[in-house]
Design a protein around this ligand. Sequence first.
Ligand code: NIG
Ligand code: FE
Length: 401
Amino acid sequence: MTSLLVRGIGELVTNDPALGDGSPLGRLTDAALVVEGGRVAWVGTTTEAPAADAVEDLGGRTVVPGFVDSHSHLVFAGDRSAEFAARMAGTAYSAGGIRTTVAATRAATDEQLTAHVAKHVAEMRRQGTTTVEIKSGYGLTVRDEARALAIARTFTEETTFLGAHVVPEEYADDPAGYVELVTGPMLTAVAGHARWIDVFCESGAFDADQARTILAAGRAAGLAGRLHANQLGPGPGVQLACELELVAVDHCTYLDDRDVAALGDTGTIATLLPGVEFSTRSPYPDARRLLDAGVVVALASDCNPGSSYTSSMPLCLALAVREMRMTPAEALWSATRGGALALARDELGRLSPGGPAHYVVLDAPSYVHLAYRPGVPLVLDVRGGPTPEPPRADPNSQLGL
Ligand code: NIG
Ligand code: FE
């Protein structure tokens, strides 16, 4: 096995508190890293670095763990830029827009959907994401949910069944019948393609009783639960997530003191998605309030065509710092280690000896530049990780994207 010594790292963030400065970021300066067989073999300072088969000098640049984007909806077709433009002119966001994407997704071929996911995964990787979670939720028939997850599975192990995204039009008069479909034949058809099950627990989507029923059925089929909750207004979702001791509950925009206390007590991770507040012109969640209460916070993109059409974790990190009262250190941790914990993948989101070498080289002297220089393409290189390397642009894409 060939070993590579990466030296001349001006600043190395390991997210391993046993390394470096002892902070949660496990930060070292004038650092070096040895990679062997895709794993971190050694971490330390450049002067102490052992010999290796090959040597690379980064000339003082920064290395951080790859971003772990624990929440995205990449299996979709169609475009909702007109809906975005209307929102920026004053129209409010509503969950009903999801049905527009459902119609376009059902009409797309498998090849079109696969090409579309590949394009977005490649976009994510270019911006430093080495692990991505992908949800279904724009099919909402047995066939369309199963194919969405089969496609998602070709890109990531972290796939989530979101048949309970909204009640589709054909079940508008029979929401109970749709819950039976989701918990019955649809769940059976998707179970082999998904690790997680999710419910949009919100007024206009599914209530707490329906969410409880769907998550229980998922658990019986071997899928671990997560929830979209408290996105558009206060609601019961966060309490339900904590009661069920879910690993993570996502959005958490409208929280009362009980919600914050429950998150702190149970350890359920609050995944915040600032791309949504940016794209819907809504108030941002207060990450500081959560962090001060001892809640573990993750950051993710929620990349989807309606509420957050960004694939950029650096953008989400910068928004979290500027708009959600996080420090640059907290935001980086939440976008890497926080995302890994939100997916129950303890080996990810850190650069520890023996662990996977999924890392990003930043053309900057410090990770702080991720927030200090918003919108600037600082990601110079992305190494390792299950997220596929970006393919060449496909001029024959039938979606013309
Ligand atoms: O996470 N909240 C529900 N689902 C997506 C939005 C989907 C859409 O508008 O198409 C979200 O924000
Ligand atoms: Fe979402």
